[in-house]
Design a protein around this ligand. Structure first.
Ligand code: AMP
Length: 169
């Protein structure tokens, strides 16, 4: 709708793993466990990506920031680039539903590039990591007046419409 790129740190890291780059090789075991890659590495990814031409008129960050230090690093990057966040979208869903959806995604992608971290044990850790390291960002961005919460339990079309509305698309 906005004609701006979607920048997913997870996608960039998975591409680095496929390409067997040093960064990919370092991140692979961490990602397979469902832990977070270091702030330093992901901040570096985002900083480089935001410098590319197609991000100059705006961008959607997907899966970043995931820790308070990442949010602080992002603020610094945006100040340097003379940009600011318009909105932060939180999509909520309960843990059982998320687990079911991810297990289904793994089945749908079986064979054709299913994610190594899409299995029940790793999902449990990803949810714990979210609660410990990422959930504090909700309050952080609420205080800045940027938080928009969308009910992710609704059907896909409704969730999509609610996100569009939240970002004024
Ligand atoms: P995602 O595709 O967003 O689900 O991310 C998959 C995995 O990549 C995560 O479980 C982390 O191991 C890693 N990752 C992606 N984004 C970040 C981030 N912002 N900070 C740390 N690790 C990340």
């Amino acid at each position: 709708a906005f004609g701006i790129p979607q920048l997913s740190t997870g996608d960039i890291l998975r591409a680095a793993i496929r390409a067997r780059t040093p960064m990919g090789l370092e991140a692979e075991a961490v990602m397979d466990r469902g832990d977070l890659v270091s702030d330093e590495v992901v901040n570096g990814i985002v900083s480089e990506r935001l410098d590319q031409e197609d991000a100059r008129k705006g961008f959607i960050l997907d899966g970043y920031p995931r820790t308070i230090p990442q949010a602080e690093a992002l603020d610094q990057m945006l100040v340097e680039k003379g940009m600011a966040l318009d909105a932060v979208v939180e999509i909520t869903a309960d843990a059982d539903t998320l687990t079911r959806r991810i297990v289904n995604r793994a089945k749908e992608n079986a064979g054709a590039g299913a994610r190594a971290d899409d299995n029940e044990d790793v999902i449990r850790n990803r949810l714990a990591v979210y609660r410990e390291q990422t959930a504090p960002l909700v309050e952080h961005y609420r205080q800045k007046g940027l938080l928009r919460t969308v009910d992710g339990m609704a059907p896909v079309e409704q969730v999509a419409a609610a996100i569009s509305k939240a970002v004024g698309a």
